[in-house]
Write a protein that binds this ligand. Sequence first.
Ligand SMILES: Nc1ncnc2c1ncn2[C@@H]1O[C@H](COP(=O)(O)OP(=O)(O)O)[C@@H](O)[C@H]1O
Ligand SMILES: [Mg+2]
Length: 136
Amino acid sequence: MTAPGAAATLPIQSSDDVVRVRQLVRSLAIEAKLSLVEQTKVITAASELARNTLVYGGSGIATVEPVERNGRRGVRASFADSGPGIPDVAQALTDGYTSGNGLGLGLGGARRLVDEFDLTTAVGAGTTVTVTKWAR
Ligand SMILES: Nc1ncnc2c1ncn2[C@@H]1O[C@H](COP(=O)(O)OP(=O)(O)O)[C@@H](O)[C@H]1O
Ligand SMILES: [Mg+2]
């Protein structure tokens, strides 16, 4: 059991791991009293980011935690990999752009679905994307 308020880290090395991240984000979103719509948004964003970590990063680590600010609760999820990095972030965020076989909607879609979106990347070093969704 994870103590309340503690961050949980999960490896992302397989599709099963992506499912586990989804489940953890869901339970924290419910705990934080996000509405069903808000839950779905943050779960979808986390799922897309976890998949990118796996597909483009090769593997990585997800950190999922409950957050609270001024009495408002939420859930934060961070996805870190030591993959190739993103050479052109604006391009990567553009709807329809994919360097692989995707739809190119994951990164930009994830950004729209959450309240806070932070992307740090360095070519040859890796990528970290952190998203936060707050209950209304
Ligand atoms: N963790 C990552 N590491 C390296 N490149 C990434 C990562 N996440 C996203 N990208 C790049 O951003 C592009 C857009 O991502 P996304 O919008 O999720 O589309 P898709 O997954 O369909 O390709 C990817 O095709 C890839 O080039
Ligand atoms: Mg994607």
